[in-house]
Design a protein around this ligand. Structure first.
Ligand code: GLC
Length: 727
């Protein structure tokens, strides 16, 4: 500790304490010079440093030059914990070098709809994957003595009305889907801070949601850090301080500080609440003090970004050995993204990038380039199209670069559809009509529809691959790197198929999460719907086989073992995914859920054993607490959610049965199937069922009867029934 927190607490005035609960400006906390308390700086963003240091007319302008890594959606497609830690490591170094105390990332909101404008920044539709990767990222950053701010806690799943909309969502869905990744990071990585979201949850702003920030985050999850608000997310400052939001960002220019002081003086806010918030703030500030600023080489980080982008890319299709290309001879690149790549998203994560490379810069000189459409990638150019088609007909292979433009997806607003610009779809259609070896390189932060999918030979999705995406693309196209990414989200066939289609983005005031836990593949797989590309899908230039699955129960968990072999002609990496398929339970459950994954790098011909441990939570659902029901579960191991290679049954004992709770909704079925022995009641009902014989309607009606209604159908009073149950 560099600060004497308790001594400072005694010396700080109420006004100074209140002042510490909000920023000095956009990026700094307040200093208290007379007590030697320094200001500290926070900075975006999740995949690159957006540190602002220069002011003009008292407003920050520009940001320091930094290395732009692949965006969250790309990073998640790596399914590689080590890679996320590596990115965190690099960002921790960069943040340290610029004197940043806490980095404002990772951004881990769940992708409820592919239309969310900020999905490029987020990881996945699956909370297990998002949580696992965020743990690694946070550990990577924080080992440099730089904090993180896991965001946006919670339920920031759309940009439309993001600062006012209320997520109307049941607790089970919150716990299993929208809070689970945050819970994992808090419990396993100890982030210095969380950033609470703009939106309301069931009517209450996250920034003043006591259930969220105190009951769940601190009392249940034992979070020991601080909560800062998203920028401008505080509504009632006193309520938010009481709820557990210690730091309002940015500055509210003293107005909310005054409200805190006034509330203390009027006895509406106990000084103990303010002191506890300031104590946490001082502990947080102290963590980053005394740290020696690191230095780093931007070109080295650029090379890291290049390797990382290649490991994130997802090979969606590869037929007729279209990829990898043997050489640049006779190869044509088409599309302005080949020159000026789409490599990052718009908004607070936007980086002043060190060195942006296009694929044309990085490819062999023999490769020819033509734009094919207008430079903005949104408008046709008949002349350019004719030129490109004519050249494509003569080429050995054509690589068409398409993707969403900067204006089509961004923080601050949502997408309105899943399509690429018409001119891009036309370009791919026309070229693939004259060139069998047409390869599409996609750069977008979220899923798109592909009407030409069956007309091209290969598709590789680079997502928003960071500043080195051009070089990474060429490394993959020419086989210097072997694709090994997997989709961290489903690519649907149509927007109408998506789980939230009827309720996204909702109305002006509320958005109803009607699909419940059935988000992403949980929806498509449970309803056995076709999709364009499934969650977990991704091909390689080599091939892998799976064998030898063994499942051993350990309490209410299990140890899973299996073997993977690289049967192809080149080294490569495979992401083995482990899903749990539950039996029929007393609540509707997704047909499968990701509960484990391992990325295995194998030389050609190499085979390796993989082990995954599943804890009890892997079999549980939320129903007022985590519940595990007795039954036979299926363990599924596969190369994607729809390419299951191995499966095994596993009997799980489930939670010890609890004494039957008799209420006015307890039914005959609850008593007979609850696991407890009530001989008199059972004898009575056996007699009744014998009497009615083979009459399913009457039988089912009786089984569904609440106990209090039996007296209307049988010669028995409700008191008699309760007596039979020992009540
Ligand atoms: C923005 C974003 C948040 C960012 C903050 C500071 O509104 O929602 O992710 O860290 O403001 O730029």
């Amino acid at each position: 500790m560099h600060l004497n927190v308790e001594k400072l607490l005694k010396e700080l005035t109420v006004e100074e304490k209140a002042g510490l609960c909000s920023g000095e400006d956009e990026w700094f906390t307040k200093a208290v010079a007379r007590l030697g308390l320094p200001a500290v700086m926070v900075s975006d963003g999740p995949h690159g440093l957006r540190t602002q240091k220069e002011k003009k007319d008292d407003r920050y302008v520009g940001s320091v030059e930094a290395v732009c890594f692949p965006s969250g959606a790309a990073l998640a497609s790596s399914f590689d914990r080590g890679l996320l830690e590596r990115v965190g490591d690099d960002l921790g170094t960069e943040a340290s070098s610029e004197g940043v105390h806490t980095l404002l990332g990772p951004a881990i909101n769940i992708k409820r709809s592919p239309l969310c404008g900020r999905n490029f920044e987020y990881y996945s539709e699956d909370p297990y994957l998002a949580g696992e990767l965020a743990v690694s990222y946070v550990k990577g950053v924080q080992k440099h003595g730089v904090g993180t701010s896991v965001k946006h806690f919670a339920g920031n799943n759309q940009e439309t009305h993001r600062m006012s909309v209320s997520d109307e969502v049941d607790e089970r869905t919150l716990r299993e889907i929208y809070l689970a990744a945050f819970e994992k990071v808090v419990k396993e990585a100890g982030p210095w801070t969380l950033m609470c979201s703009y939106n309301r949850i069931n009517g209450t702003y996250s920034s003043e949601n006591t259930w969220l920030l105190s009951d769940v985050l601190r009392k249940e999850w034992k979070f020991g850090g601080i909560v800062m608000s998203d920028w401008g997310a505080v509504d009632d400052r006193v309520l938010s301080l009481e709820a557990g939001c210690e730091l309002e960002m940015p500055s509210s220019h003293g107005s909310n500080d005054k409200k805190i002081v006034q509330a203390v003086k009027e006895g509406k806010l106990p000084i103990s609440v303010l002191d506890e918030a300031v104590r946490r703030l001082l502990v947080w500030i102290d963590k980053g003090l005394g740290r020696k600023a690191e230095t780093y080489d931007k070109d080295e980080h650029h090379q890291e970004a290049r390797e990382i982008a290649a490991s994130c890319a997802v090979l969606l299709k590869n037929e007729h050995k279209a990829l990898p290309l043997e050489s640049g001879d006779g190869v044509l690149f088409v599309g302005p993204f080949a020159v000026n790549p789409r490599y990052q998203g718009g908004g607070s994560s936007h980086i002043n990038s060190h060195l942006v490379s296009g694929a044309v810069d990085a490819c062999p000189d023999s490769v020819q380039y033509l734009p094919g459409i207008q430079d903005n990638c949104e408008k046709r150019s008949p002349k350019r199209l004719r030129e490109a088609v004519a050249a494509a007909a003569k080429a050995k292979a054509v690589v068409v670069f398409v993707g969403l433009t900067e204006a089509m997806e961004s923080e601050g607003y949502d997408r309105t559809g899943l399509g690429l610009p018409d001119c891009q779809n036309e370009l791919v259609e026309r070229i693939s009509a004259v060139q069998r070896r047409t390869i599409v390189v996609l750069s977008s932060g979220s899923p798109v529809t592909m009407p030409w999918k069956d007309k091209v030979s290969a598709i590789i999705d680079m997502y928003l691959g960071g500043e080195a995406v051009g070089e990474a693309t060429v490394d993959l196209l020419f086989g210097l790197a072997n694709p090994c990414g997997k989709l961290a989200e489903t690519f649907p066939l149509r927007l109408e198929d998506t789980p939230s289609f009827l309720s996204f983005p909702g109305g002006k005031r509320n958005v109803f999460y009607q699909e419940g836990v059935f988000v992403g593949y949980r929806w498509y797989d449970t309803r056995k719907m076709d999709v364009l590309f499934p969650f977990g899908h991704g091909l390689s230039y080599t091939a892998f086989t799976y064998r030898g699955l063994s499942v051993e129960r350990k309490g209410n968990g299990a140890d899973i073992l299996f073997r993977i072999k690289n049967t192809g002609r080149r080294d490569g990496a495979e992401v083995a995914q482990l899903y749990v398929a539950p039996p029929v339970c007393s609540v509707p459950r997704p047909s499968k859920e990701l509960k484990g994954f391992a990325k295995v790098f194998l030389k050609k011909g190499e085979e390796r054993e993989v082990s995954v441990h599943l804890d009890a939570r892997a079999f549980s659902y939320w129903d007022g607490g985590w519940k595990t029901e007795r039954g036979t579960y299926r363990i599924l191991v596969g190369s994607s959610s729809r390419d299951i290679r191995l499966s095994e049954s596993l009997d799980i004992a489930g939670d010890p049965s609890v004494p039957l709770e008799v209420t006015n909704t307890t039914t005959v079925r609850d008593v007979l199937e609850g696991g407890e022995d009530f001989p008199a009641f059972k004898e009575m009902m056996d007699q009744v069922f014998r009497m009615i014989g083979d009459d399913p309607m009457t039988r089912e009606t009786l089984l569904g009867c609440p106990l209090h209604s039996l007296q209307s159908f049988l010669a028995v009073t409700y008191e008699d029934v309760l007596h039979m149950l020992g009540r």
